[in-house]
Structure formats: structure tokens, C-alpha cells
Write a protein that binds this ligand. Sequence first.
Ligand SMILES: *Cc1c(COP(=O)(O)O)cnc(C)c1O
Length: 358
Amino acid sequence: MSRKVCAQIHLDAVVHNYRLARAQAPGAHAVAIVKADAYGHGAVPVAQALAAEADAFGVACIEEAMALRAAGLGAPIVLLEGFFDADELPIIAREGFWPAVHSLHQLEALEQAQLATPVPVWLKIDTGMHRLGVQPQEVATSVARLQACNAVADVVLMTHFACSDEPDKTMTLDQLACFDQAAGTLGLAASLSNSAAVMAWPRAHRQWLRPGIMLYGATPFEQPNPIADQLQAAMTLSSEVIAVREVPACETVGYGATFRCDRPRRIGTVAMGYADGYPRHARNGTPVVVAGQRAQLAGRVSMDMITVDLTDLPHAGVGSSVELWGRQLPVAEVARWSDTIPYTLLSGLTPRVPRRYD
Ligand SMILES: *Cc1c(COP(=O)(O)O)cnc(C)c1O
């Protein structure tokens, strides 16, 4: 058989995690965020697994939305960055996409559009993230202009939090207050909550949740969270040991010679590298599960290989299974050792890694 690298995707875990998100806000709807190929898990299989219960899907752009339609998925699809060009509007109307409207130029394009069916839009309000959205004081006039458009059906108000993954910071409260003041008495449905807000900010739940990372079983928090503890990992990234050697004391392992053996050590080489999406910045000591037991990264990550210390795992050898993250090792733990977040690890998995589904 060939190189044993594989990302096993546990679709039942995605369904469990989606239900867990919705259970936090009974009565609310939830947009399953499947942008960036469902954070590396495969947007089509993930959306198919959720097809019976997801109220809507969320993607970044029309290309991602069209891929879901091409696979036969019929649910509404929120375009989180809206449309980039007015010529997308007839497709949006025809396909049942719900574009975000985050800027004046999009509002003007809607005012000029002649569409066969009016489109529901999600007006994004910039409550402090300062990335996308109309200013709070522009909300009332923007809503009035949208509601006057023949091309526009319902309007939902949305915003995005900068710090909802840090429950001790007050910024989320400031953004909430800003949103509520801007939304005023308009009486429109609202969508504020990414995964962190779903789990940590109940008062932000409102009518539409937008869970992303939690669907994939990864926590957005640095600290333990009782709801995040109930998530199930949706991806197990695995490979196997392809070589083993005894390295004498004082010798080094790998590029840059950054790992020096303090005593004779047994080093295993694993088929997995940064060209698969394993983080090159993973430090010496990063956990890796070999034959069901924890081992540690020893030496720099190469393009196609990593090296791990098997000194305390005498039974591990060539052919031993290796889990890089997944059911036995949370991806958030590997992210911490690599000075990054689970989002980059999951979405950064490269096409070289075959995805298999259970
Ligand atoms: C990606 C995204 C989400 C999902 O965020 P998670 O932290 O992955 O839950 C929600 N809303 C918007 C606007 C997004 O871009």
C-alpha cells in the first residue's frame, strides 16, 4: 500500500456538534458554517450529513455556494462576504442565496438591480470589529433603503464579535450594546453568535446562530468550557511510522539540529509534514499519539516527515499507527504547541491528504 496519510472525517460527530449548538438556544435557527471546504472537512459531505436538519449553510462566496447546489443541496445559503460584483445578483436570486450586505456599494447595486425574485439579505453592522459592516448610525437608513428595494425580501441584522472567545473581556458586551442600540425598534431578526458566542454568550443568541469551528469538534477557547467539553472531534488525522533509529547521546535530529539527544534516544520517522498541512512551527515536545500512546515531536517538521521520540514506547516501530490530532488528541492542543489556532490547522490541510468518511 501507499503512503498511509489520511484524514478520517466523522460525520456523526458533525451532526452531534450541530445539535449541541442548537440545543444552547432552543427556538433559534442555526446556519451551519461550511466555508473553506467546511474547515478542511469537505463542504459537500459535511453539508449532506447535515441536510436533514440544518436551517441554512454559510459560506464565504458564491463559488462555495454553487458547489453545494451542484451537489443537490437545496437549503438557503448565507454568503458571509455578500456579493463582490452586481453580476452575481441574478444568480443569487435564482439559487436562493442570502447575501450579506456589508457596504454601501452593495446597497446601491441592490437598488439598481432588476431581479426575477427578491433576495433576503443580511445587513452587517460594524459594532467594533472594523472589518466589514455599515456604521451603527447608518443602520436605520440602510434598512429603510433595503426595504424600499424591489430586489430585496426580508432583512436580517448581523454582526460579528472580535473577542467572544475570551469570556472575561468586556468588548463583547460593548458590541452587544452597540448592536442593540443600532437595531433599535426595527423589529428585525438578528444573528450575532459564532461558536464562541453560542457557548459563552447566551444573551447574543437571538434568532440565528452561526456555529463554525464547534461543528468540527474544536474549541475556540483557550480555557476549559463545559459546552466545548461535550464536542466530538470530527477529524482524525493519521499516518504511520516509516522508519526507526537509535540516535546516540549528543547527536541532533532534523533540520537546523534543534533537537539534541540528552541521552541515547529511539527516534521514529512519521510520514506527515508541512506539505500535508502539519504545522511547521510545532515545537519540540508537541504531542503525537503513536500506537495509542502519547509521544513527543523531536526535531523540526519537514515537508513530508516528522520525527518523534519513541524511547519510552519500546513496542512502537515501523508500521505503528500515528494520530496527529483527532479523537485521542484535541487539535486545539496541537495548535497551542504550534502558536496557532485549530482553525488554521483544520482549514490548512492540503489536497495531498485523502479525506475518508465514516
Ligand atoms: C467564519 C464565520 C463564523 C463562524 O465562526 P466560528 O468561530 O468558526 O464559529 C461566523 N460568522 C461569520 C461572519 C464568519 O465569517
